[in-house]
Design a binder for this molecule. Structure first.
Ligand code: ADP
Length: 591
């Protein structure tokens, strides 16, 4: 792990919520002083999206808290539209979103569906929600078409009439997912979250009581029963997810499949917009708030996805859940800051920043040369050029490689990188540039001998071929290499991608899939969700079906395996660990 300098700097436009400010302080982020130059900050936190020029000018030591085009799923109408399309193409795997219609466009479709369902099943309850409002504003229930009055873009949705109740009260879940990268897609789901109760007992037939049907805190906080001790629920209207899990455990309710489904539902929803996020958006992170309701069979239904979910502090559950979640989010963000220019003191600041910039430029130039040289060498090899030409080319390559390596070393020293990690990076660098020569086993020894003669560098330890030597053509490999090595500093972040690239037979040979370091699975309370899991032993058949369909969807969206982190079969451990964490939490048991 990089040793980070003691302070990083954040900037914001309109102030930030108190809990976030606490988390920032805890994670050693200071608000950027006005005296700092324009680019001397590490995190830019905004409630709304960024401009194109913000994305264009972001530096490797900076993180923005939104992805460009990362909000398709966060508007009610576009979420409904996308999920409907996905359900039409991929079928029942997308059956986690209540049937919805976008008005006014789908009004006629809605009318015919409404009357068809009514004639089949009798009176049905629907919920009407303005597309661009939040916190329960403008929402109402109706079962009579004449009560449907709307103004502007609106979503009408089948109402989940049989929610799971606790003490007779309806609740929904707020879960926090963080996307640290869309290419490859990496989604972290926080193990804790909030359970938000309505404050009056649920009575399906009385549809106009918002304190019984809506679970928004902003509504229930103003209800007459907010401070009253409610059966099972207690006073207020919020629990943490850990309290809920403890409650389920106490009542011997097996909720494991529900959580597995929730994980897949979140992965699928985010996956849906992965293709529209520009690949160049590397320096971004996004926190999504997923609102989910459980029906009486514990089947989860997605209600909506929130862009910049509320970080307010209403009660102790908010502090218990949001503060650690934000601290973990900042930990994830910090891992993406590759050039640390948190300026610790005035004396070092200017020197260091310009030094870093010079090194980065130099490094990029050198790498470009090195890649060009590598390609040249590979063409010579392919054309079986004569030995003296080859040796000259190898010598040039080796000279460049050494220079590059030295610069790389210098930079990691500058960054006060952990020696072990530095060594690992250097080994990786060597692997990438030396394995280029190992194309086919018959020639390997000859090439190595030439190399040794020319360079007198001790033979490298082969830790496993990174590039799939048999299946990749020269040009393919070249482009992989040049993509991969656009800067030396990107090598580490792309390592996993390289590995999965090499595992073309992944599904047939799970055991050979390279292990990902444990630390990558879990960052604080966040754990990586895997769109494909092999938890057949742990879960009932349902989860395997979901996993299979996710593979199909991924294929049809043409998202390559490279864009995912897969979960090896042995990774049940991960599940166990998170389950243990969930179960260990106190809350309910202690009260
Ligand atoms: P908002 O963004 O205004 O909070 P939501 O879609 O989250 O809008 O809906 C607000 C509340 O209404 C939810 O917290 C939930 O309690 C209830 N609700 C929304 N949609 C449904 C539904 N389809 N079935 C049952 N309850 C729903």
């Amino acid at each position: 792990m990089n040793q980070r300098p003691s302070w990083l700097f954040y900037k914001t436009d309109n102030g930030i919520p108190q809990l976030l400010s606490k988390a920032l302080n805890q994670e050693q982020f200071k608000e950027v002083p006005e005296t700092h130059r324009n680019d001397q900050w590490n995190l830019y936190w905004r409630g709304s999206g960024f401009t194109l020029s913000d994305y264009k000018n972001v530096k490797t030591w900076q993180i923005l808290n939104h992805f460009p085009k990362g909000n398709t799923i966060t508007r009610k109408d576009s979420l409904a539209r996308c999920l409907k399309r996905m359900r039409m193409v991929h079928g029942t795997i997308f059956n986690f979103f209540p049937v919805s219609f976008n008005l006014p466009n789908d009004y006629t479709k809605f009318l015919s569906y409404f009357s068809k369902i009514q004639s089949k099943k009798g009176k049905q309850v629907w919920i009407c929600k303005p597309s661009d409002l939040s916190r329960g504003r403008g929402i109402f229930l109706f079962d009579n078409i004449s009560d449907l009055l709307y103004d502007g873009s609106t979503v009408v949705q089948r109402y989940i009439e049989d929610p799971y109740l606790i003490g007779g009260y309806k609740f929904d879940l707020r879960l926090y997912a963080v996307v640290t990268s869309y290419h490859p897609l990496r989604i972290y789901l926080h193990q804790d979250g909030l359970v938000r109760f309505s404050t009056e007992k649920y009575a399906g037939s009385v549809i106009h009581n918002k304190f019984a049907h809506l679970t928004n805190t902003s509504i229930n906080r103003n209800g007459p029963n907010y401070n009253v001790e409610k059966e099972r629920v207690g006073a207020g209207c919020k629990w943490s997810i850990s309290q809920l899990r403890a409650y389920f455990q106490q009542c011997s309710v097996d909720d494991r499949l529900a959580w597995e489904r929730i994980k897949h539902m979140i992965s699928l929803t985010i996956l849906m917009q992965a293709n529209s996020i520009p690949e160049s958006a590397k320096q971004c992170i996004e926190l999504y708030g997923f609102d989910i309701i459980l029906d009486k069979k514990l089947k989860p239904w997605l209600l909506e996805v929130n862009f910049t979910p509320a970080l307010g502090n209403d009660c102790s559950a908010d502090v218990a859940v949001k503060l650690p979640m934000l601290v973990d989010l900042l930990t994830l963000a910090k891992q993406k800051i590759t050039l640390p220019r948190p300026v610790t003191d005035h004396r070092r600041k200017n020197n260091n920043l310009s030094r870093q910039a010079v090194i980065l430029k130099e490094e990029q130039n050198l790498l470009e040369l090195l890649i060009r040289q590598t390609k040249e060498l590979s063409v010579l090899r392919r054309d079986k050029a004569d030995q003296s030409k080859m040796m000259k080319s190898i010598a040039r390559h080796e000279k460049l490689r050494k220079k590059c390596r030295m610069l790389f070393e210098k930079k990691s020293q500058d960054q006060e990188q952990d020696p072990e990690e530095r060594q690992e990076d250097l080994n990786h660098f060597d692997d990438v540039f030396r394995n280029r020569f190992i194309m086919d086993p018959a020639e390997t020894e000859r090439m190595k001998a030439i190399e040794r003669r020319v360079t007198k560098i001790p033979d490298i330890k082969k830790t496993g071929s990174i590039i799939d030597q048999n299946s990749k053509s020269h040009t393919e490999t070249d482009s992989v290499i040049s993509n991969r090595c656009s800067t030396v500093s990107s090598i580490r972040s792309q390592r996993a991608q390289i590995r999965s690239h090499s595992s073309s037979s992944f599904r047939n040979n799970i055991a050979s899939y390279p292990q990902v370091a444990n630390s990558e699975y879990k960052v604080g309370g966040f754990f990586l969700t895997f769109p494909i899991s092999n938890n057949t032993q742990t879960y009932s058949k349902g989860a395997t079906d979901i996993a299979k369909s996710v593979t199909e969807i991924r294929n049809s969206l043409r998202i390559s395996e490279t864009n995912f982190k897969f979960m090896p079969a042995e990774n049940r451990q991960l599940h166990e660990r998170t389950t243990v964490n969930w179960n260990v939490m106190s809350g309910f048991k202690q009260t």
